[in-house]
Design a protein around this ligand. Structure first.
Ligand code: NAD
Ligand code: UDP
Ligand code: UDP
Length: 344
């Protein structure tokens, strides 16, 4: 594509699970991509294949510190997303959501860039309304172990809408529901990665509580398509907009499906339910269907098969053992442009 038509797109958290798929897609669409990451939970392995492109740049940076670059669009994805990762250093999690949002919004204000926020279904907390639509204001515990993530993301939404009203920023806020796929961290404790790794190793599958809580799982390619479509909407479209798959499954159903697809000998075992674990979660995506003409197209079985193949590859290369060693603890002190993880 000629130089003058290329957009300069920045992706914070670009070395993570969702961010790396997004970088890939943005590059394929003919953009110049700047990936900004402090490697807290993301890895260079996730974006190594993009480094050979002259249209891809990687910057090690912690977004809780100011950043001065010139860009046209910003996708703000930086934030640990799995409970064990975001609870490892909860103060840093809130700082990433809140100070990070202020810095990225300040950058968008100066450069007049359009800015996308990766918000979350966790803003609904443990919901009394089902399925959850964007009008529902949520039921979030402000002082529990999940609060650093939930309230941090809620405050980031507040900042996005205040910058929009006060400084006329062009904002796009997506509320992302559980998403899975290749490049999930094998030891991040999330249910899909946990169950697949356990099943492939024929180890017990750990169901928390009675396994009757529900989630709705979206394959990563569908989610990235939703991100791009939301970013491309008219300026009047700000969100918040739910993005997710409406297929709702109990965690027990997910476990049984993973066992079946892997042909595993694993047995199901029951463990205590974590504090404030939401009992039901299913997106109402009426708004996204209408405004983006978007809905997920990858069925759970097909998405799981692709994810299983990815984890089979990781296990046979021994990479999960390596990352298990590296992820306990996953980080050292953070700060500015310095390394935030010993191996990064
Ligand atoms: P991830 O942990 O794989 O990716 C997060 C990335 O952000 C990592 O590469 C990490 O190193 C980086 N990061 C963390 N703190 C940073 C900081 N201070 N400065 C710079 N980089 C930092 O998680 P993911 O699943 O890819 O999630 C991406 C985004 O989407 C997150 O904001 C998350 O809250 C949101 N989200 C994800 C899901 C999901 O199911 N995957 C659901 C809802 C919301
Ligand atoms: N900021 C940044 N990059 C920029 C512009 C601003 O990181 O290109 C940060 C800066 O640290 C600032 C924050 O964004 O504190 C918010 O910027 P804003 O202009 O809203 O506020 P102010 O500069 O008045 O604090
Ligand atoms: N979960 C489980 N076993 C696991 C990991 C998670 O039963 O090994 C449950 C967890 O308690 C929650 C659901 O699966 O009810 C989804 O958990 P995850 O951490 O993936 O996402 P979130 O709770 O943030 O939706």
């Amino acid at each position: 594509m000629p130089k003058f038509t290329r957009k300069r797109v920045m992706v914070t958290g670009g070395a993570g699970f969702l961010g790396s798929h997004l970088c890939e897609r943005l590059l394929a669409n003919g953009n110049d991509v700047l990936c900004v990451d402090n490697f807290f939970t993301g890895t260079k392995d996730n974006i190594a294949h993009l480094l050979e492109s002259s249209h891809f740049e990687l910057l090690r940076h912690d977004i809780t510190f100011p950043l001065y670059v010139e860009v046209d669009e910003i996708y703000n994805l930086a934030c640990p997303a799995s409970p064990i990762h975001y609870q490892f250093d909860p103060v840093q999690t809130t700082k990433t959501s809140v100070h990070g949002a202020i810095n990225m919004l300040g950058l968008a204000k100066r450069t007049k860039a359009k800015i996308f926020q990766a918000s979350t279904s966790e803003v609904y907390g443990d919901p009394e309304v089902h399925p959850q639509s964007e009008e529902y204001m949520g039921r979030v515990n402000p002082i529990g172990p999940r609060s650093c993530y939930d309230e941090g993301k809620r405050c980031a939404e507040t900042l996005f809408f205040d910058y929009h009203r006060q400084h006329k920023l062009r904002i796009k806020v997506a509320r992302i529901f559980n998403t899975y796929g290749p490049r999930m961290h094998p030891n991040d404790g999330r249910v899909v990665s946990n169950f697949i790794v356990q099943a492939l190793k024929n180890e017990p599958i750990t169901l928390y509580g009675n396994g009757m809580q529900t989630r709705s799982f979206c394959y990563v390619d569908d989610m990235v398509e939703g991100f791009i479509r939301l970013m491309e909407t008219e300026d009047e479209v700000t969100g918040p907009m739910n993005l997710g798959n409406t297929g709702e499954f109990t965690i027990r159903q997910l476990a049984e499906l993973v066992v079946q697809l892997t042909g595993s000998r694993s047995k199901l075992v029951f463990k205590p339910l974590p504090i404030d674990d939401p009992r039901r979660r299913q997106p109402d995506i009426t708004l996204a269907r209408r405004v983006l003409q978007w809905e997920p197209v990858v069925p759970l079985t097909e998405g799981l098969e692709k994810t299983i193949r990815y984890f089979e590859g990781l296990l046979s290369s021994g990479a999960t053992e390596d990352s298990r060693r590296r992820s306990s603890p996953p980080l050292v002190a953070t700060g500015g442009n310095t390394a935030s993880r010993a191996d990064a």
